[in-house]
Design a protein around this ligand. Structure first.
Ligand SMILES: C[S@@+](CC[C@H](N)C(=O)[O-])C[C@H]1O[C@@H](n2cnc3c(N)ncnc32)[C@H](O)[C@@H]1O
Length: 209
């Protein structure tokens, strides 16, 4: 069955992305999406792969870093063409993210796109394709968080490169998997304001050996 992707403007004026009726994200609280990018930038990243596009805030933070001079190459993998079309039409970060000459946006599964990257060719792989390993919107995304998926991403990284994974919650299992192939594995708590409620989202991260 094809996924039903809806990008809509809510009554409160916010733009919201839903897949198969499940809330994926909106454009109200995007700090954790930007932290994902900033974490890689802090480690010096210049060539980065992001999966998925969503409303484009991680991608935009990368492209705008250091006045647009930092990131040299951005590959974005997005499963749904409908998401790309919505961003192209102005949703979220808008079409500049797609039109930037440094961006290559591929419609497809992030692991397929990672597999096309030469070994040790990227400074960072940033994964924000689902709500985290324990809250999947797409069952098939379990493969992204298992040992094979983590190893595939690590293979594409240069020594010292960053793998960072957005998650709704910390996951000891995912940290262990990252630790199989990466050094300096950490779970970073990102404070977020969810309609007046103070919560945390998480970025689980490590660096290639
Ligand atoms: C939470 S959003 C990403 C938010 C993004 N970081 C931002 O700044 O807006 C998740 C996106 O990943 C896409 N996605 C889901 N599974 C995927 C996969 N296996 N490969 C590539 N993209 C995927 C979804 O369609 C959705 O657009």
């Amino acid at each position: 069955m094809d996924d039903e992707v809806v990008v809509r403007t809510r009554a409160d004026g916010a733009t919201e992305l839903r897949v198969n009726g499940v809330f994926v994200m909106d454009d109200v609280e995007t700090s954790s999406e930007r932290v994902l990018a900033e974490h890689a930038l802090d480690a010096g990243a210049r060539e980065v792969l992001v999966g998925g596009l969503g409303l484009g805030f991680t991608a935009r933070a990368l492209l705008e870093a250091d006045g647009g001079r930092r990131v040299e190459r951005l590959v974005v993998a997005e499963l749904h063409d409908a998401v790309l079309r919505a961003v192209r039409e102005g949703a979220g970060a808008g079409p500049e993210v797609l039109d930037d000459p440094r961006s290559t946006v591929v419609v497809g599964d992030v692991l397929d796109v990672v597999a096309t990257q030469p070994a040790a060719s990227l400074d960072a792989v940033l994964l924000d394709v689902d709500n985290g390993p324990d809250f999947l919107v797409h069952d098939a995304n379990a493969a992204v968080y298992d040992s094979t998926g983590v190893r595939a991403c690590a293979r594409a990284l240069r020594p010292g490169g960053t793998l960072a994974v957005w998650s709704m919650a910390d996951s000891e299992t995912l940290r262990e998997r990252l630790g199989e192939v990466l050094d300096d594995v950490r779970a970073l708590a990102v404070p977020v304001d969810l309609q007046g409620r103070a919560e945390h989202y998480w970025v689980l991260t490590g660096h290639a050996r």
